[in-house]
Design a protein around this ligand. Structure first.
Ligand SMILES: [Zn+2]
Length: 469
């Protein structure tokens, strides 16, 4: 007993000493310690992801495996690669940093960019928007006197993402099961806590002319949220686009995101895109993956995204006015000829639904029960009792045979807790059919992540049953 007490006292004493050390040392020292810790956390995260079978071959795993290194993408402009790129735009009188990547990668990104500072300090950190893969390193880079430039909506976006972090983390982790169990909450690594010192409003660019470099920071909302900023170099005609175009250029925009975020405004996005087209960039530098330097590819890509998004938006509006249902429109609306785009990230039918709900919100003006808090599956057990689980399962099989897996899935959903072994086998078959279809058509990564999650769940139930039998 006394021995245990001694241990506890010894531990308390050590903790006190550590506390005093951390408290006495300069903020710089504390930051350096935290950054070293961050670097280690990042290494562990990469190893964990790389070795997890669920992560193999996914876009997320591709991203986390991107090596962190600095490269000069234009004279005096350096990109630190990573999940989210960080950019150092050098001038002879204070450098500008555009985007700061993930908090778990910032230590390494700082290390590779430091040799290019050339004795000058960073004067401004510009964050393209409030997402963790773009603003995550801001607190690590920030020192007294450095301005933090963000969209005037940044703080509000950061607020809701922070307040709903636990719920969003659960959704993210369902789709990306290799993620850590809970969001990081400590110091430099935690999400949020960024206070912009300069804000940029829609329609009023911030002009930064310093050290022989002309820069314009424009608010272009509607892409990855209401708080998008881009940085434009008018002389070089280089556009730092942040996440305006998403991870692939060109792609159909991610107006809806399965991770769960506020719906993005489609017309605002189209207008922002028109602003970019009027700039006529020679080079686009997204904060994910590589810069695009082929002018013909840039013009073609911008034209396609614009035409495709406008077409989908206008077709939804027209369809709504002519009395069509959202499901009609989801199955009818396709990208027009000449405006084909990959839907690997943003899927057209989901954008259709999002545009519909953006304008009319969740009440589809259809069923009375939509207005009340009693779910339809509250009477599923009655249906099973009346029809019998066997009959429902047989009919589901018939739908699968007839090439209508979604109708089969509706019937299987009715079974709820009454899932028999046969029903689970059918469910697995339906999910596999949907997955094959998704792979062969849009190859939308989120659709595949979701189907994989549901497949894992179904197979776990099958295993459970096998153990019981
Ligand atoms: Zn991003």
């Amino acid at each position: 007993m006394i021995k245990a007490l001694k241990y506890i006292l010894g531990f308390v004493f050590l903790a006190l000493i550590m506390g005093v050390i951390l408290w006495t040392f300069s903020p710089e020292f504390k930051k350096a310690v935290q950054l070293r810790f961050l670097s280690k956390v990042s290494e562990v995260a990469v190893e964990r992801m790389a070795s997890n079978p669920d992560a193999q071959g996914t876009v997320a795993a591709d991203f986390i495996n991107i090596p962190i290194e600095a490269r000069e993408i234009a004279p005096g402009i350096f990109q630190a690669t990573g999940v989210g790129n960080a950019h150092l735009i050098t001038t002879s009188n204070g450098h500008v940093l555009f985007d700061t990547g993930l908090s778990t990668q910032v230590a390494k990104q700082m290390e590779v960019l430091k040799p290019h500072l050339g004795g000058q300090k960073v004067s401004h950190i510009v964050v393209s928007h409030s997402h963790a893969d773009h603003a995550g390193g801001t607190k690590a880079w920030h020192e007294n006197g450095i301005e933090i430039v963000a969209h005037e909506e940044f703080s509000e976006e950061q607020r809701y993402l922070e307040e709903l972090q636990d719920y969003q983390w659960f959704r993210n982790r369902t789709l990306f099961p290799f993620m850590p169990e809970s969001p990081p909450r400590l110091g430099l690594i935690a999400y949020g806590g960024i206070s912009p010192t300069i804000t940029v409003a829609n329609g009023t660019p911030l002009i930064l002319d310093q050290g022989g470099r002309n820069m314009e920071i424009l608010a272009l909302p509607g892409a990855e949220g209401a708080d998008n900023l881009v940085l434009w170099l008018p002389k070089e005609r280089i556009l730092f686009s942040g996440d305006f175009f998403g991870p692939i250029f060109p792609q159909f925009p991610n107006i809806f995101t399965m991770r769960g975020e506020k719906i993005r405004k489609p017309v605002e996005y189209i207008r922002s895109l028109e602003t970019i087209m009027a700039l006529d960039p020679l080079m686009i530098v997204p904060s994910h993956r590589n810069p695009i330097t082929d002018k013909a590819a840039i013009d073609d890509g911008l034209g396609r995204i614009h035409g495709a998004t406008k077409h989908v938006h206008d077709a939804v509006v027209e369809g709504m006015n002519s009395g069509k249902t959202v499901e009609d429109l989801m199955s009818e609306i396709a990208l027009p000829e000449g405006h084909e785009l990959t839907q690997e990230h943003g899927k057209v039918s989901w954008a259709v639904k999002s545009i519909w709900e953006y304008y009319m919100t969740w009440f589809h003006f259809d069923k009375t029960t939509e207005l009340y808090a009693v779910r339809q599956d509250g009477v599923h057990a009655d249906l099973v009792e009346l029809a019998g689980a066997d009959k429902l399962t047989k009919r589901a099989q018939a739908y699968i045979d007839a090439g209508e897996p979604l109708k089969a899935l509706h019937l299987l959903d009715i079974l709820g807790e009454a899932q028999t072994h046969e029903a689970l086998i059918l469910r697995e078959a339906v999910l596999e059919l949907l997955r094959t279809e998704a792979k062969a058509t849009t190859n939308n990564s989120y659709e595949i992540y979701w189907l994989d999650y549901k497949l894992r769940e179904t197979r776990a139930k099958l295993n459970e049953r096998a153990l019981q039998d």
